[in-house]
Design a protein around this ligand. Sequence first.
Ligand code: UDP
Ligand code: MG
Length: 314
Amino acid sequence: MTKLAIVIPCYNEAEALPITARELLGLLDGMVQEGLVTQDSYILAVNDGSRDDTWGVISSLHDQHPERFKGIDLAHNRGHQYALLAGLMTARGHCDAAISIDADLQDDINAIPRMVKEFQQGKDIVYGVRQSRATDTWFKRTTARGFYKFQRTMGVDTVYDHADYRLMSAQALDLLSEYGESNLFLRGIIPQIGLESSTVGYDRAERVAGESKYPLGKMLSFSIDGITSFSAKPMRLIFLTGLTFLILDVLAAIYVAISYYYHSLVWGWASLFLSIWFLGSLLLMGVGIVGEYVGKIYIEVKHRPRYAIRRSLL
Ligand code: UDP
Ligand code: MG
């Protein structure tokens, strides 16, 4: 039997959490009765510095179910990835396996028993993979798909259509704890841990309540982080583009010299103008990308704590 911890990062989820908690508590009871998980399996909600009454909701759920429903309260809003890490690291050493799931029930909870069964068959990491995104808006679907593809081409090894809905064994959690980086992109780190893994498919539903905490801006910065914390490919691409232009430039210079010798042309301003702007923009982009990496290094060398727990109900 498996002692299971279900970790839920929550940011302003006072509306959705009661519904989610009810569903998950029901599911957990069912799994205990089936003999799939132990009696002391539990849910751990992480309050990521919410501005609404999420912590109040967590406290009252803990009062009603002191053994089943636990919570930690972060000192301030650190973002989804850090909240998740805080939860997983709190559960580490207190479970055989931990499943992370969002607070909005978009991920089908019926995949949980299937994940546990995969774990019991020896898998250390089980990825929840979305089979359909029919309920996501066209925009969300396209940007999210583009995001996975772009990351792949940029050399980040992620699991396609997998968000942070996954099971990790105690051993996988121990290995994850060895990753000390501040720039956290769990979807990229976890495939690097190795160990035996498998996937479980599910259909993505709509949010039960509240609205998305990932507006376009946050999504964009998340995807840039995902790439720059994992691969140096963008820098190499810029370098190679520069090299290509250098070669083209040499060829153009030869061409110009020959044309000048034969028919002394007057060159138009347009081509000059365009090429200056084009190269200028490449240079700026290059500097920006280098800056992005330097910024990352700056943050890493400070070794600041990645999250701070204000209080906990365990
Ligand atoms: N979340 C968090 N901190 C944040 C933003 C989001 O803990 O700063 C949590 C949020 O409560 C939810 C999960 O991360 O449980 C995923 O967020 P959301 O459902 O809003 O993202 P979407 O599904 O729209 O991509
Ligand atoms: Mg969601």
